[in-house]
Structures are given as structure tokens and as C-alpha cells.
Design a protein around this ligand. Sequence first.
Ligand code: S3P
Length: 174
Amino acid sequence: MKSSWNIVLVGFMGSGKTTVGREVARRLGWSFVDTDDEIVRQAGKSIAAIFADEGEKHFRCLENRVVRKLAAMKETVIATGGGVVKNPDNLRLLAATGVLFWLQLEPEEIHRRISGQRIIRPLLKVPDPLGEIRSLLRERESYYAQADFTVNANGTVDAVACMIIAKMNGWRGR
Ligand code: S3P
């Protein structure tokens, strides 16, 4: 598929942005990038280590810098970190060159998925992760909802990827 747009996946931690994004890119023959991977590569340490050593504020600066760079790409599927939408500058940059898809999922399912993963999410290293997921989701929902499309992320990777590609095929710009 030829396009001058990117596909940008936003949504809460554990909603499958990276897995689904890779599949969408594979099917379209596009490139794939993940903002977290890019941050880790540039910082030379894990997300958990960045949060522990320099704090969230510094992480958000690195994230914004990466978004600036990735938004300049073309025919790329960009999977973003769950908190990318908190900075309006990020949303503006990503929307200028990309079609935004919100991978929406219920807090209980997010919790179930995250509990089964080895990856450390510093924001969820709290006594009540499900409560924290609910509260962060409430805070962020209106930002995620600014995406061009909302996709139910409950299906299989294949099903969610197909849905995104179908919506992208019908995309005529905003
Ligand atoms: C974050 C989500 C994480 C990562 C960091 C902060 C967030 O990415 O960027 O731990 O604020 O929601 P994933 O959404 O890929 O887990």
C-alpha cells in the first residue's frame, strides 16, 4: 500500500501496540518503529533504568525528542508508549503526518495482560496496579479519544491488524 501517511498506534500499556504494529507493517510492507525502543537505543539503558535514574520528567523529554524524529518518517507504523498522548506537542506532531488509531481495552484485560508480561512498567510498580490502571486510564481517555479511529483491541493480533488496515484503506484525510 502506497501512502504519504504513517500509521500511529496509541493506547494504554499492554494494549498490544507493538505486536499489532509489527503485524500491520509486515502486511503493508512498511517500516515499523516503537518509541520506547528508540528511547532505549538512544539512552543506552532500559525504560525502567531511565525512570529510576532520571525520573519520569526526563523520560518524557526523551520521548518528545524521539516523537519529533519519528513523525518526520513516511509509510511507517509507529507504536507509541502509553503516555505519549499526555504531551499535546506529541499529539500534534504525530497527527501532522500520521493517522492515529487508539487500541482500546478494558482495565481488567489490560491488567491481565500486563501481569503475564516480563517487561517492567515503572508506573505500575505500585501496591494496587489495577486501581492505578483505572485511574491513569480515566486521566488519559480524552487524549486517546482524539485519535482518528478507535479500535477494539480485544481480538487476535491478526483481527486487530486487519481492522486497522481496512480503516486505513478507507482513509481520505481529515
Ligand atoms: C508508559 C508506557 C510505556 C513506557 C513507559 C511509560 C506510560 O510504554 O513508555 O513505561 O506512561 O503509559 P507501553 O505503553 O509500550 O507499555
